[in-house]
Design a protein. Structure first.
Length: 460
């Protein structure tokens, strides 16, 4: 082998044996490496041997480290696999125990239901009664005096297991306490909510579970052991009865209004409009009808009183037979006495003329009274038509979804009709009474005139 070929072979072996890191370092410091180049083939060979020895040591160390890590990973893998197998066996045991407990639980539940028998249904009824009693107690105005009664009942109503003896005793005691309080008329100190939202403590008089009163009148139960003032009090007849009860000393029997619906009837009573509100619903037409009615009643009373007085004077004059006094009969008799008639026809004409002069004062305003009695229902009909027009306008604008929007027009229609009838009926009766008295007086005058003519005819 030539020297040149030997050098080429050694160079190739050196290039293959040197590590990558040494090559990078030699590339990064090429100038320094060139200065340290081998000066002979022996030096080059020694350097190649040293590099191979170094690489072999590094490879052995890396291989030992890898084997060490591999053994550690294998040990860890075996440990994990053992743990998994142990947990799987534990899971199987737990699943088996769970299935056994399920079967045992089903058997025990069946045994419990079998032994309970009718008691299971009975305890269900107890829970139902506890819930109903709790709701009744919470809404009862007796709770304004007796507090903290609903808690134990609520616990019993929501319980899932068998009730305890103490819970059953609480239910019985609450029901007995409520029944006893329902038969009491009792005074106690309670909290009352004013209309402005403030709370005052005052004496409350309770009539069973129906009615609660204070010195200011009726109150309603507002819940949370408190009462509340009403927006307005009921009619005067109820207020008078309430005052009698507030002044009651227990020695006598007094009447008192009660609300068996526990507030519902009282609320409906308060929503009913008063007489003034009813009249106001009639509007302008209603007030006109009322004014006409007042005027007509005044006229009728004046006519009846005046005609009654004239009738008494005429009857008294007939009994005395004297032609004195300022009465229709006296004036008719005066015409006969002052007459110089020579025949019956002339006397009859003069008496007829005297009677005709007396009729207008006796029938004064009776036609007007009759007219008012006929106009009143016509005005009521006018108000009815006006109210219906307003109702249809409300229906056109808002539909029929809310009846309260139509209530105004319907109220006006009905109230005006009622007012017209209320005015017309009495006026017709009063007109009939006044007209009857007027006709009685005119009849007396005609009878007396006929008698005078008959007497005059006999003398002739």
């Amino acid at each position: 082998m030539t020297l040149k070929s030997l050098l080429v072979s050694l160079s190739i072996c050196a290039a293959m044996a040197l590590p990558v890191a040494a090559q990078d370092a030699n590339q990064g410091a090429s100038k320094t490496a060139n200065q340290n180049d081998a000066q002979s083939l022996q030096q080059l060979l020694d350097r190649v041997r040293a590099g191979r020895v170094t690489d072999s040591a590094e490879f052995a160390a890396r291989e030992a480290e890898f084997r060490k890590n591999r053994d550690r990973q294998n040990a860890l893998l075996k440990k994990i696999q053992a743990d998994i197998a142990r947990e799987e066996r534990r899971s199987e045991r737990l699943e088996k125990t769970f299935n056994q407990n399920e079967l045992k639980l089903a058997e025990l539940e069946g045994l419990l239901n079998e032994r309970l028998g009718v008691f299971g249904e009975l305890f269900g009824i107890v829970r139902q009664v506890a819930g109903e009693t709790r709701g009744q107690i919470e809404d009862s105005l007796i709770s304004g005096e007796l507090r903290d009664r609903a808690g134990p009942l609520d616990e019993l109503a929501k319980s899932k297991g068998l009730p305890a003896i103490a819970q059953l005793e609480n239910l019985w005691f609450a029901m007995q306490q409520e029944m006893t309080a329902q038969g009491e008329v009792k005074r106690f100190s309670g909290e009352v909510i004013n209309l402005d939202g403030t709370v005052r403590t005052t004496e409350v008089l309770r009539v069973g579970p129906f009615t609660a009163l204070t010195d200011d009148g009726f109150v309603r139960y507002a819940g949370d052991h408190r009462f509340a003032d009403l927006g307005r009090q009921p009619a005067a007849r109820f207020g008078d009865a309430a005052d009698d009860l507030l002044d009651w000393d227990g020695d006598e029997i007094v009447g008192v209004p009660i609300d068996p619906s526990r507030g519902a009837l009282l609320n409906l009573l308060l929503q009913m409009p008063t007489l003034g509100e009813r009249i106001n619903q009639g509007g302008l037409v209603g007030y006109i009808i009322i004014l006409l009615g007042i005027g007509g009643i005044g006229i009728a009373i004046e006519r009846i009183v005046r005609l009654g007085g004239i009738a008494r004077k005429v009857k008294a004059q007939m009994a005395s037979g004297q032609a004195t006094g300022d009465t229709p009969l006296g004036r008719v008799w005066a015409v006969y006495q002052n007459s110089d008639a020579k025949d019956v026809e002339t006397l009859e004409l003069k008496l007829d003329d005297a009677i005709l002069k007396e009729i207008p004062p006796l029938e004064r305003n009776l036609s007007l009274l009759k007219l008012l009695a006929g106009v009143a229902p016509l005005l009521g009909l006018l108000g009815t038509v006006t109210g219906m027009i307003l109702t249809f306008q409300a229906i056109t604008l808002f539909g029929t979804g809310d009846p309260k929007l139509m209530a105004g027009g319907i109220s006006q229609a009905l109230i005006t009709t009622v007012l017209g009838l209320i005015v017309a009926i009495p006026l017709l009766l009063l007109h009939a009474a006044a007209a009857t008295r007027s006709r009685e007086i005119v009849q007396i005058l005609e009878e007396q005139a006929t008698g005078i003519i008959a007497t005059f005819s006999e003398k002739k």
